[in-house]
Ligand binder design. Structure first.
Ligand SMILES: [Zn+2]
Ligand SMILES: [Zn+2]
Length: 261
C-alpha cells in the first residue's frame, strides 16, 4: 500500500514475475519515491489498473503513463469520465498510449496474475474492486464503496490478503466538520464504508480466509486509526479469528511495509 486515503490511493500487487499498480492517486514523483523506499523499481511495473475516475485515484496517472509507457487498464466508462475531466483549455482530451479497456465481471490476465474486476456501489461512472490470483494466492481490494452487497462479499471469498475500506466512524462523521451535504454523500449507499459496516461484514459475511486484513481509505477527519483497528479487531475477535487475521493499517503519508506470502 503506497498511499491510502482521500488525498490519494496507490497500491502495488506483485508475483515473482509481474508487478501491477492499482490506482495512481498521488503524484508520479511521490509514487516513484515510495516505490524506491520499498526497493521497488518503477520501471519493473507491468501495468496500471484504475478502479474509478475520482481524483484521489488518478491524479498521477497522466504523468505516470507518459513516463512508464505501460498498459493502463480501465473500463470504457471510467476512461470516458477521466478523459472528459482532464480536457485542457482547448477541449483536447489526454491520450493514453496504451489503453486497455476491461469490463467489470470479466477476468483478464496481466503476466501471470489473473485479475477479476467486480462492480462496487460508489458514485463514479463505473467503479470496480479487484481480486488478483497468482501462485496459489488470492488478494482482494475493495475500497470506495457505500456498502457491501452480497456480490462483493462473494468475490472476496478465499482471499489471503484482504484490503478493505474502513473510511469513517459514524459518530465522528455525524459530529464532524463536513457540511451536511457531504456527510450525506459519504454515508450514502454510494459513498464510503464505515468502520461499523466493515465490522458487520467481519462478524457476519466474512469467510475468515485472510492471513492479513488491511484497513484502507481511512478518513483523516472522521476516523482515527486506533478506532478503526479496535472496531475491526473486536469483530474478528468475536469469531475467534483474530489470531488468523492480522490487522494492518494503510496510511496516507507513507507506504506500508510490504506484505509477503
Ligand atoms: Zn471514490
Ligand atoms: Zn477514493
Amino acid at each position: 500500500m503506497l498511499a491510502s486515503g482521500s488525498r490519494g490511493n496507490c497500491a502495488l500487487v506483485a508475483s515473482a514475475t509481474t508487478r501491477i499498480l492499482v490506482d495512481a492517486g498521488i503524484s508520479c514523483r511521490e509514487i516513484f519515491k515510495r516505490l524506491k523506499s520499498l526497493a521497488e523499481d518503477p520501471h519493473a511495473i507491468s501495468a496500471i489498473l484504475i478502479t474509478h475516475e475520482h481524483s484521489d485515484h488518478v491524479s498521477g496517472l497522466a504523468t505516470l503513463a507518459k513516463k512508464l509507457r505501460i498498459p493502463i487498464f480501465m473500463t470504457g466508462a471510467t476512461h470516458q469520465a477521466w478523459s472528459r475531466a482532464m480536457r485542457d483549455e482547448n477541449g483536447e482530451r489526454p491520450q493514453l498510449e496504451k489503453l486497455e479497456r476491461f469490463e467489470s465481471g470479466h477476468s483478464f490476465q496481466v503476466g501471470d496474475i489473473a485479475v477479476k474486476p467486480f462492480t462496487i456501489p460508489h458514485d463514479a461512472a463505473d467503479p470496480v474492486g479487484f481480486t488478483f490470483r497468482a501462485e496459489g494466492i488470492k488478494v482482494g481490494i475493495a475500497t470506495d464503496l457505500g456498502y457491501l452487497p452480497a456480490s462483493v462479499c462473494d468475490h472476496l471469498r478465499g482471499c489471503d490478503v484482504l484490503v478493505m475500506e474502513s473510511n469513517h466512524d459514524v459518530e465522528m462523521l455525524r459530529g464532524g466538520p463536513y457540511p451536511w451535504s457531504v456527510k450525506q454523500r459519504v454515508m450514502s449507499r454510494v459513498g464510503h464504508l464505515s468502520n461499523q459496516s466493515l465490522a458487520d461484514f467481519f462478524a457476519n459475511g466474512y469467510d475468515n480466509s485472510a492471513a492479513f486484513v488491511v484497513l484502507a481509505h481511512l478518513s483523516e477527519l472522521n476516523n482515527h486509526p486506533e478506532i478503526a483497528r479496535r472496531e475491526a479487531e473486536k469483530a474478528l475477535g468475536l469469531r475467534g479469528s483474530l489470531f488468523r487475521n492480522r490487522v494492518l493499517l494503510a496510511a496516507q503519508t507513507e507506504a506500508l511495509a510490504p506484505i509477503r506470502l
